[in-house]
Write a protein that binds this ligand. Structure first.
Ligand code: SAH
Length: 409
């Protein structure tokens, strides 16, 4: 049995671990054995010395991220069983090994009992991202075992943690751990996407909107669509395939607009229905004119484009609890603008991916926005993250993506 250094909790602080919550907060700790530093694997014990969990230690508010509630060694056998269980689940629900969709999340941190680790699959490439120093230190071991678990499904593993662990300032935070592959076209529900895993945001693509994009496709026929915060254009191509009359994609990042344009050429070469704009969201929304007001008046802004299907998928407005209040104000302001501008009988897909913003917070912010814009609004769907981004039932914080589909009279 491997001897891991000990972290001992204060009296009464073992309760959340007994309910399998995968984090130990720094305030719960009484004693830390000498030699424990960032990324070290530790054994967590109660104040009486009873075994509770094995996990990665890291200085900060979340001091231990639990890898196992059993007294096991964190070795190849451990990584194999966790990664295999992640793959088994994706196979059981038909997400893995689907030729029409080779883009999916294989490991979703706490949701797959691997806190601090994300692995996305793009065709034959796995993009692996560490969110904790412990996972960073284990990256080579994990990559080696991942290749065994995935067999011929993957030929390349790219490690991409420069942005998630910026303070490490080590070399090789972004590098290939297996093979080299520059052929980066992934397929999501039959649509092609050039995924820039070398320089792109997250692991290169937002895998978590797959099902919500599919839903949008069903509502797109004949619609004038505005895809706000488009990044690589995901929602836009589903709208085009769904028969939209026109699709405008907007993002403030020039790189995102470049990727969107590339993806239009991959899927709908030369299609005049699509246009991309590199502009700030609020500025763009401000410039839209509405054709139909309740009293029949026109906007007079001179802009002719009016939209009856709008997507708002902004970046997380709150990255931590302290930012919650301002974030909610931000969601209200953004949604209010969209409610003011959307045509009568329009449909709004609106999202929040901030972990600290709950479903109720978000719904309340959107409710306030509707009231301020004085529009009649009905909720058609309440959306969330897809099944390949599972939520560990003992870790409700894992529910981060929420969305509403609204019918605006
Ligand atoms: N909807 C996308 C993901 C959006 S990620 C998808 O389906 O893939 C959020 C995007 O918002 C990023 O691409 C970022 O560049 C963009 N963004 C951030 N602030 C912005 C702003 N003020 N105006 C417009 N776009 C912005």
């Amino acid at each position: 049995m491997i001897h891991y250094r000990k972290v001992q909790l204060r009296k009464g602080k073992e309760e959340s671990l007994r309910r399998f919550h995968p984090w130990v907060f720094s305030g719960a700790i009484d004693k830390i054995e000498k030699g424990i530093g960032d990324g070290v694997i530790v054994r967590v014990e109660s104040h009486t010395g009873e075994f509770l969990a094995i996990g990665h230690y890291q200085e900060g508010s979340i001091a231990v991220r639990v890898l196992s509630f059993s007294d096991v060694a964190i070795d190849d056998v451990f990584w194999f069983s966790r990664l295999k269980s992640a793959l088994d689940m994706r196979q059981a629900i038909g997400i893995a090994d689907n030729p029409n969709n080779n883009t999916y999340r294989l490991v979703h941190g706490e949701g797959d009992n691997l806190p601090g680790l994300v692995i996305d699959i793009y065709g034959k490439t796995a993009v692996m991202q560490a969110h904790s120093i412990g996972m960073h230190l284990c990256r080579k071991e994990i990559a080696r075992v991942l290749a065994v678990v995935m067999q011929s499904r993957i030929s390349t593993i790219y490690y991409k943690s420069e942005t998630t662990l910026p303070y490490l300032e080590e070399k090789e935070m972004n590098c290939f751990l297996l093979g080299v592959n520059e052929d980066n076209i992934a397929i999501e529900n039959g649509l092609k996407f050039r995924v820039d895993w070398l320089r792109g945001q997250k692991t290169g693509f937002f895998v978590d909107q797959r099902e919500n994009r599919s839903l949008l496709e069903h509502y797109a026929k004949g619609k004038r669509v505005l895809n706000m915060f488009c990044y690589t254009g995901g929602f836009s191509f589903y709208a085009m395939r769904g028969g939209a009359e026109l699709v405008h994609s907007v993002d403030s990042s020039a790189k995102a607009i470049e990727l969107t344009k590339d993806n239009v050429e991959l899927n709908f070469p030369g299609d005049p229905r699509h246009e991309a704009f590199c502009e700030d969201a609020f500025k763009f929304l401000e410039g839209i004119g509405r054709e139909s007001h309740d009293d029949g008046s026109k906007d007079g802004s001179g802009k002719t484009t009016a939209y009856n299907l709008i997507i708002l998928d902004p970046p997380a407005f709150a990255k931590h609890r302290g930012a919650l209040h301002n974030a909610l104000k931000g969601y209200t302001r953004l949604n209010q603008k969209a409610f003011e501008k959307i045509e009568k009988g329009g449909i709004l897909f609106t999202f929040s991916c901030s972990q600290v913003v709950t479903k109720d917070h978000f719904r309340n912010a959107v409710f306030t926005a509707a009231a301020l814009a004085k529009r009649k609004v009905r909720i058609l769907h309440q959306l969330h993250q897809p099944a390949d981004h599972p939520i560990n039932i003992y870790h409700p914080e894992g529910e981060y993506l929420k969305g509403l589909v609204l019918y605006v009279e």
